[in-house]
Design a protein. Sequence first.
Length: 156
Amino acid sequence: MSASTLLRRLPVAGLTLLTLVAAGACGDSPTSDDDLDIVGLVIVNSGFDLVTITGLDVEGAVFVEQGGQTDPLEFLFVDQRGNRFTPRDADLWLRVTVVSSPFVEWVPDTPGGFTGVFRGMSPGTTTVRFELMRGGVGSATSQVEFGTPAAPFVVS
């Protein structure tokens, strides 16, 4: 292939590559948090799924030792296409409700944040609910955008 032929084809190849990269990036997450159609939540520890919640189905559990804490956990929401994402809108935050608080305590990295650890307070089993909230963190006027059924937590 001559140099002039190569130079004529280079812009077409570059445009094709750019189109493929842009199309791939658009399919990974919702275009905005206003487009959210959340169907589930996944609790992830170092790339491994600990708990998967889809609709009313809960698979897995979180285990922590008394006096210890979990490794850092990440909470990823799942849309109808199966894409996992962390909401980007500053008005969205995670509310964590421990049903029996003497067993575990939630310690977020930042208030309302989507990462943090659970501390094992006393031996036993409890459940925890997660809600994606819209509004000021901790505000009584915040509204639930998405909520999960209770997920099991075990402290040994």
